[in-house]
Design a protein around this ligand. Structure first.
Ligand code: NAD
Ligand code: DAU
Length: 353
């Protein structure tokens, strides 16, 4: 069995759905179910005995010890995190707690679990830490892309806590010999993404006839990766990655935010035309994000050279699939866009207007 943390979130859930389609190895899904965790996403697995769900906080050492003892996983894939940069600016405390204290607690639980294993099982065990390109900071338009040897320079509370968690994972490899793997990935998009992030937010707002709020001048650059490609990279790294190494994962798709929003509007104009005019007319410029990183770009050549991984989707094919998915799964979006999410939108965007 493998243990996945954060498996009710966007990437973790996509990972589990893909994993159980292609592997017969069961998954123990450990998730606290914060606002971002949604079991509705995993409803196709309701009657699947190979998916075991446990609602547990990764800061809860006693619960983690019990789960590791009971299920004896051969690997831990650590997705659980507070993941939204804007929320980390409003309230960094939860980010320190989950991303730093939670990762530390999980590493300690795993370290103690490994003492109960044979030397051979210990050597086979893997701790795969899912991290972000934001740990490297911000690039100018002409800087080279982020490579694995670049110094860390996190700029938001989110990025700083992810950087700290990466350092802890690194230290557990060097100090205790834990067989770790770390992936640093660029911006994901695809099905089941919480509509606080750029792409699902723009799709939801466009369809609801609401403004499409672009921060600042809209010229900030992100590298975009279809979530299914991120999941295939993680499977590859888990199977063939070298313990102690880090791998950058990216889509070779650098785009300016405004161009992303324009492309989304054009896709919607084609797939679900408005009675009159274009969705582009809903775009507005709002106050910039404090400390907004200008550009992220990933050099993913190590992953290709050493493990033969390349993304399958282009930005065009991935985005078209994504828009179609949101159009076909309006019920999922409607269910998500209730409760806590509404409060977030009201407070966060009211301040930017
Ligand atoms: P998400 O916010 O959609 O999901 C996070 C999940 O973690 C939720 O299910 C939540 O309930 C769970 N969780 C949060 N705190 C927890 C805790 N204390 N204990 C147990 N579970 C907890 O995040 P995501 O976008 O799926 O990101 C997953 C991972 O990938 C994160 O580590 C993130 O830093 C990283 N990452 C994300 C992106 C991206 O573009 N979304 C890109 C690169 C890396
Ligand atoms: O780079 C990887 C990271 O990508 C992940 O580690 C994070 O978990 C993930 O949230 C994402 O961070 P970003 O801050 O880049 O993603 P977000 O979708 O919040 O914003 C993308 C860009 O769009 C960013 O430049 C801010 C801008 N933006 C975002 C929102 C929500 C807007 O212009 N308007 C908006 O309403």
């Amino acid at each position: 069995m493998i243990l996945v943390t954060g498996g009710a979130g966007f990437i973790g859930a996509n990972f589990i759905l893909d994993w159980l389609r292609t592997s017969d190895q069961p998954v123990l899904n450990v998730d606290k179910l914060t606002y971002a965790g949604n079991l509705q996403t995993l409803s196709p697995l309701r009657d699947n005995p190979r998916h075991v769900f446990s609602q547990v906080d990764i800061c809860d050492r006693i619960a983690l010890d019990g789960l590791l003892k009971q299920h004896a996983p051969r690997a831990v894939l650590h997705f659980a995190a507070e993941s939204h940069v804007d929320r980390s600016i409003h309230g960094p405390g939860d980010f320190v707690q989950t991303n730093l204290v939670g990762t530390f607690t999980l590493l300690e639980a795993v370290r103690s679990y490994l003492h109960t294993l044979s030397e051979a099982s210990k050597a086979r065990f893997r701790f795969l830490h899912v991290s972000t390109d934001e740990v490297y900071g911000s690039l100018s338009a002409t800087d080279p892309q982020f490579s694995e040897t670049m110094p860390y320079a996190p700029n938001s509370p989110y990025a700083a806590t992810k950087a700290g968690s990466d350092h802890l994972v690194r230290a557990y490899h060097h100090t205790y010999g834990l067989q770790t793997l770390t992936t640093n990935c660029s911006n994901n998009y695809g099905p089941y993404q919480f509509p606080e992030k750029l792409i699902p937010l723009m799709i939801a707002n466009a369809l609801a006839g609401k403004p499409l709020p672009v921060y600042g001048d809209g010229q900030n650059v992100r590298d975009w990766l279809y979530v299914g490609d991120h999941c295939s990279a993680i499977r590859e790294v888990l199977q063939h990655g070298k313990p102690g190494e880090t791998y950058n994962v990216g889509g070779w798709n650098e785009k300016k935010n405004l161009d992303v929003v324009h492309t989304l509007c054009d896709l919607l104009d084609r797939l679900k035309p408005k009675a009159s005019g274009s969705y582009r007319s809903q775009i507005i410029s709002v106050k910039d994000r404090p400390g907004h990183d200008r550009r992220y770009a990933i050099d993913a050549r190590k992953l290709e050279r050493e493990l033969g991984w390349r993304p399958a989707e282009t930005f065009e094919t991935g985005l078209a699939r994504t828009v179609q998915w949101y159009l076909d799964n309006q019920a999922w979006s409607d269910e998500v866009a209730s409760g806590e999410y509404r409060t977030w939108v009201e407070t966060h965007y009211a301040q930017r207007a």
